[in-house]
Design a binder for this molecule. Structure first.
Ligand code: CA
Length: 230
């Protein structure tokens, strides 16, 4: 059962969402303010977080920034129509999707399902497999056609981030933040390009025409092949 946190101050909307999601079999906690949301987030027990942007004591973007300091848990924003222009910012700071009010609950549920499908919970499995590439998470080793590919810690972290978010465009900022978290050093934009190039040279058949790691111009990167977990 997936555990969802909803942060929404509109009582009627929150109750509607709560009712429907519980009916779908999700576990749901609801917070009504930024402060309350933060307290729930700190428990670290959620598989997905739905964030309203306009909260009485803060906003969903800041809460998302807070979440991203130590978690890759997927975030869906609920935005009002006039906030939609800001949504690029929302995705830039690590949001995974957004939905504009008013929306049908069905639509929200299908977004939730899609986001949860894309998110593989790393601690629940041992291997990530995508065509010829296999990542053994217990050994922290990567194999290509059953031969070990030697990666640096940053390259390893990078391939795991990409594969666990396959078919999803990862903005450069989001990748940089998660690399930075792990190594404790600041990774700049140029270094990320270098890591990507080296990783491609190691795993792709033809690194100038990559099959796995595709560049999304002006945004970031995506792992373009299906990934399954074992
Ligand atoms: Ca609101």
């Amino acid at each position: 059962m997936s555990r969802i946190l909803l942060v929404e101050d509109d009582l009627t909307l929150a109750m509607g969402i709560e009712y429907s999601l519980k009916n779908e079999g999700y576990y749901l906690d609801t917070a009504r303010s930024f402060a309350e949301g933060k307290r729930f987030v700190d428990t670290g027990k959620y598989d997905l977080i739905i964030l309203d942007i306009g909260l009485p004591d803060g906003n969903g973007f800041d809460l998302c920034r807070y979440i991203r300091r130590n978690s890759m848990v997927p975030v869906i924003f609920l935005t009002a129509q006039d906030e939609e222009v800001n949504i690029v910012l929302g995705l830039d700071i690590g949001g995974d999707d957004y939905i504009t009010k008013p929306f049908r609950i069905r639509e929200l549920i299908s977004r939730i399902k899609a986001v949860l499908r894309r998110t593989v919970t790393v601690d629940q499995m041992e291997c990530l497999v995508s065509k010829d590439i296999k990542v053994n998470l217990l050994e922290s080793k990567v194999y290509k056609k059953d031969k070990v590919v030697w990666l640096t810690p940053s390259e390893y972290k990078l391939i795991v981030i990409l594969m666990t978010n396959f078919h999803q465009v990862l903005p450069r900022v989001k990748i940089l933040e998660s690399l930075w978290d792990v190594d404790g050093d600041f990774v700049d934009d140029n270094s990320l390009s270098v890591y990507i190039r080296r990783l491609r040279e190691k795993i792709e058949e033809d690194s100038s025409n990559p099959l796995y790691i595709k560049t999304v111009r002006g945004v970031g990167y995506t792992w373009d092949e299906e990934v399954r977990s074992e």
